[in-house]
Design a binder for this molecule. Sequence first.
Ligand code: AHG
Ligand code: MN
Ligand code: MN
Ligand code: MN
Length: 335
Amino acid sequence: MTKRISLTRYLVEQQRADGLIPAQLRLLLEIVARACKSISHAVNQGALGGVLGSAASENVQGEIQKKLDIIANEVLIEANEWGGHLAAMASEEMAGIYPVPNRYPQGEYLLLFDPLDGSSNIDVNVSIGTIFSVLRKPDGARDVAGSDFLQPGSQQVAAGYCIYGPQTTLVLTVGAGVALFTLDREQGSFLLTQENPRIPEDTQEFAINMSNQRHWDAPVKRYIDECLQGREGPRGKDFNMRWIASMVADVHRILTRGGIFMYPWDRREPEKPGKLRLMYEANPMGWIVEQAGGAATNGRQRILDIQPTQLHERVSVILGSKNEVQRVTDYHRGL
Ligand code: AHG
Ligand code: MN
Ligand code: MN
Ligand code: MN
């Protein structure tokens, strides 16, 4: 079997090849990977580590926080604040931004993360993960403000996720395709196990929370209804359904074998464009999916083109196999 290369060697060789990973960004990615390794260890401890169950607090999203939401958030903050590679961080679990403390040097990057994605699956031992997105701090020496984070997803310089499942796998893009690294627990290092997965342009598998069907807008109802009619209906083929309720796991399946993932706007909370968060769920996942030949829209426009107005803004998400995403997007345009 060919000798597998480490994350560090991959990042060094990628920098040599196309200059996409300057030293500070390489340090950032290695530190985030190390933090994910620590989170993976805590996740694997489960009840033995006292990490299950809810904390007595609510986050800015209005969600009751799980203990692991808070643990994972703290791991990422503590791992990244001293390295000199970051100017500030933002997290699903923190209302405002976290500027690097004055006692540490400031770097040129902004790190955003969903420290623990799929929190409703923590206590039932189903795959969960961490999602992260990296932006450049806008030029100028002044202190970082929340508005500095409000950049469209097309401005990301790196994005990735780590899925804590039967394997712990880190998935990363810096804009030159996607790389997957599997954690070798004995060595304690992430080893390159796959490069440039391609999402098939067509699929017969959709992922959506069907319990919300009566609340969906007409284009989504039309699309799913056609899928459910199977080969007797207008699509002329049968579809399968999956819904894990951890975005990282649903996206990882689509990265691995194709499919379409949808968390669309629905009329339960009509003032919100959707449930998922643009800056640290839809943007990183949207870029990874595009880098693997898929597509990601909010039903009307490319996710990565959306100009954010708030740090925790939500968005309707339709991503995965390109031709299916295009079909749903066309339905939203009345085609
Ligand atoms: P988080 O646990 O970070 O709050 O994200 C949960 C999200 C996403 O991971 C998943 O796709 C979706 O919530 C599931 O929502 P439902 O429970 O409404 O199906
Ligand atoms: Mn999430
Ligand atoms: Mn989360
Ligand atoms: Mn949450």
